[in-house]
Ligand binder design. Structure first.
Ligand SMILES: Cc1cc2nc3c(=O)[nH]c(=O)nc-3n(C[C@H](O)[C@H](O)[C@H](O)COP(=O)(O)OP(=O)(O)OC[C@H]3O[C@@H](n4cnc5c(N)ncnc54)[C@H](O)[C@@H]3O)c2cc1C
Length: 279
């Protein structure tokens, strides 16, 4: 939401019970794919009188409801993958509630942990695939671009990409056996760093040629595709990797607290009713 990004639990979209339905009012933002989605997942506040994490409920939302309005948000790449979504008296049947009333945070956390694994290591098309594959191909095809310094950087990133791929395989095996743990946050953090470093290296490799940018007219892509586009697109799109699915700062906090067991950030709002929190 505009006022609840990293601090998702402070969200303000309200769902009020009306018989066997819920009436939802509020606004969401950065909703990827909302313009083509038939269904959305939606977390709404059902009880403002309890602390923020406890008053949330998780729903499936029919995007064809007349109260749902979707507006494009254009990104630095020129594309509009995501949207603002305005919800005005949207009616959701109680049968489309996922989990118990007030248990939305638990369901949302499971969703987010799965999302981080999906972004960080969702699939394995094989060694030297994805961004490292693109850069390695440019390196092989364009020997005139090489310098010893760029070679050292490419080799280091190649090894890191391979370690990340192998770690992702292990993570998916664990996932198949149960719920993903906070390790998914580490996979997503590493993915974002590698994507940004590799796309930066590709631009440096290509020099002035890397500044060329094919088409900046607004498009509504069906899928987010890194390969098969300009190096400039990859460089710009990779910037969002350290924001989407939880920023790198938030992921470092999760790893610090849940993997390394370091002291948590001070949280003064944990036991305060949501309605009394400053916004
Ligand atoms: C390409 C893309 C697709 C997205 N798709 C979706 C989607 O489909 N659905 C959806 O709900 N959202 C989506 N998002 C939104 C994304 O989840 C949020 O942008 C993200 O969680 C950060 O929230 P925010 O933008 O409100 O930034 P803020 O939370 O305002 O953060 C601003 C800055 O402060 C830092 N910060 C905040 N809190 C802390 C803290 N406690 N400690 C240290 N640093 C902190 C952040 O790291 C960041 O650098 C998408 C974003 C992008 C870029």
């Amino acid at each position: 939401e505009p006022g609840a990004g990293s601090d998702l639990a402070s969200l303000a979209t309200r769902a009020e019970r009306d018989g066997d339905h819920w009436i939802v009012n509020g606004q969401k933002v950065w909703t990827s794919g909302a313009h083509k989605a038939r269904w959305a997942i939606l977390v709404a506040r059902t009880d403002p009188d309890v602390p923020k994490h406890r008053g949330l409920t998780y729903f499936l939302c029919d995007m064809t409801d007349p109260g749902v309005e979707v507006r494009p948000l254009r990104q630095i790449t020129g594309e509009a993958e995501f949207n603002e979504v305005f919800l005005t008296d949207v009616r959701i049947p109680d049968s489309l509630r996922l989990g118990e009333v007030g248990e939305g945070w638990r369901v949302a956390t499971a969703t987010l942990m799965n999302e981080r694994v999906a972004i960080g290591s969702g699939s394995d098309p094989g060694r030297e695939s994805g961004m490292i594959g693109v850069v390695a191909r440019t390196w092989r095809q364009r020997p005139e671009l090489r310098t010893p310094e760029l070679h050292a950087r490419l080799m280091r990133l190649w090894v890191e990409a391979e370690v990340a791929r192998q770690t992702g395989r292990r993570l998916r095996q664990k996932l198949a056996a149960g719920q993903p743990g906070p390790e998914g946050s580490a996979a997503k953090l590493t993915f974002a760093r590698l994507a940004q470093q590799l796309s930066g290296l590709e631009l440096e490799l290509l020099g002035a040629e890397g500044l060329r940018y094919g088409d900046w007219t607004m498009k509504r892509p069906e899928v987010v595709e890194f390969t098969g586009k300009d190096a400039g697109y990859r460089y710009l799109r990779a910037k969002g990797n350290s924001i989407e699915g939880g920023t790198s700062e938030i992921l470092r906090n999760i790893i610090a607290e849940r993997v390394l067991g370091l002291p948590p950030e001070p949280r003064t709002d944990k036991d305060v009713p949501w309605k009394d929190l400053p916004r």
